[in-house]
Design a protein around this ligand. Structure first.
Ligand SMILES: Nc1ncnc2c1ncn2[C@@H]1O[C@H](COP(=O)(O)OP(=O)(O)OP(=O)(O)O)[C@@H](O)[C@H]1O
Ligand SMILES: [Mg+2]
Length: 361
């Protein structure tokens, strides 16, 4: 007679599509029932995409069938209300009103730079802002915020965020030795993020922004499972190869039921400081069709500008150094749009990308 352990062993081999962990490890397995020759497996998954459901069901039936002749039923519960799914409805950080994830499919497109400047712009608009660097593999926030080397204060096992440019900041980079996290595997990433969420003593915040590692991996999934992520912002650059990766990032938000606020087109054109002439280095305006496809908008176009890079390197972001320049104004506009979108999600409890069927990545 077959037992539950044998079935669970098979389920452990089933990786959740698009991620590196299996469905048991992720806590998606709810129940295994065996009655005579009938096996019922109940799962609850965070995606409402029919493709994911079908793929999982097919794979599970195939794996369990290798154990013998059984009548196998796989019941998959999918989320209905987007806000519930992201976090199973609860907020483990009640001090914080809203959570915004800034992501990109591709590395080096300017996620951290964009997150920092949006965060500062929001603070300049009077919001209580937090910034959490979740980029386990390459934490850049301490340098960009000018707190590289500053040690956070520990209170027992808890840590107080560091104040910089009127923002409460915490980074995995302030907590681990340089380079120590480079070899972390998926499970360690999950544990580190869960630990960070538990241990940091945030003051009351209107909004907490997450600077994510590039891609669509365990860090994103862990956050979406741990917190009611209010909305997601995608950063991209205009060249076509970056857009392919951006699609993956948008699909990830859709799968995790995180409402997409919009896209920031970074490194969009270059205005020559000598001639004032504009050059399209990576192209320009190529992101619009993508935004249309996902019922979302371009939040802003940020040009290639030496002052942005210098601001990142020196710890004095452009929004601090030159708050009235054209680029800082664009960051201000993006921040306003992000805030308005967050308010809208709170009011309507819904998303604008609900009808979209994600492609599986
Ligand atoms: N619009 C811009 N103009 C000039 N330099 C920029 C611009 N945006 C970003 N940079 C510079 O490009 C580099 C990469 O940016 P950033 O670190 O923000 O990217 P990222 O997407 O966070 O990278 P990673 O994937 O490694 O986390 C940095 O040196 C940054 O200062
Ligand atoms: Mg970064």
């Amino acid at each position: 007679m077959i037992n539950k352990e044998q079935i669970q062993k098979k389920l452990i081999q089933t990786i959740y599509p698009g991620f590196t962990k299996n469905i048991v490890e992720l806590g998606f397995l709810k129940e295994i029932t065996i009655k005579d020759a009938q096996i019922t497996i109940e799962l609850a998954i965070p995606s409402s995409a029919i493709e994911i459901e079908n793929q999982l069901r097919e794979e599970i039936i195939k794996r369990i069938s290798t154990l013998g002749e059984y009548d196998i039923a796989v019941s998959i519960t999918k989320p209905k209300i987007p806000r519930e799914t992201s976090s199973h409805g609860k907020n483990i950080l009640p001090n914080i009103q809203n959570f915004v994830m800034v992501s990109s499919g591709k590395g080096g497109v300017g996620k951290s730079t964009t997150t920092v400047n949006i965060a500062i712009a929001l603070a300049q608009q009077g919001k209580r802002v937090g910034l959490l660097d979740v980029d386990i593999y390459g934490p850049n926030i301490p340098r960009m915020m000018g707190i590289d080397g500053v040690q956070p204060i520990f209170l027992g096992k808890n840590i107080k965020p560091i104040m910089a440019h009127n923002i409460q900041v915490m980074s995995i980079g302030s907590l681990v030795e340089r380079g120590a996290s480079l070899i972390w595997k998926g499970v360690m990433v999950t544990q580190a993020i869960e630990q960070m969420l538990e241990d940091i003593l945030w003051d009351k915040l209107d909004i907490l922004l997450f600077d994510m590692p590039p891609g669509t991996g365990d860090a994103q999934l862990t956050l979406a499972q741990s917190l009611p992520v209010t909305a997601g912002v995608c950063v991209t650059t205009p060249q076509k190869v970056a857009l392919d990766d951006t699609i993956r990032s948008m699909d990830m938000f859709t799968q995790l039921h995180i409402p997409i606020v919009g896209l920031v087109e970074n490194m969009s054109g270059f205005i020559c400081p000598d001639s004032g002439k504009e050059y399209d280095i990576f192209g320009k305006g190529t992101t619009q069709p993508l935004a249309d496809n996902y019922n979302t908008e371009i939040l802003g176009e940020i040009p290639i500008e030496p002052a942005i890079r210098e601001g990142g390197d020196s710890g004095l972001p452009i929004t601090v150094l030159a708050p009235n320049c054209e680029t800082s104004k664009r960051y201000q506009e993006i921040a306003t749009k992000v805030w308005n979108a967050v308010l809208k999600v709170n009011e309507e409890g819904g998303v604008n990308n609900e009808e979209i069927q994600p492609t599986i990545f």
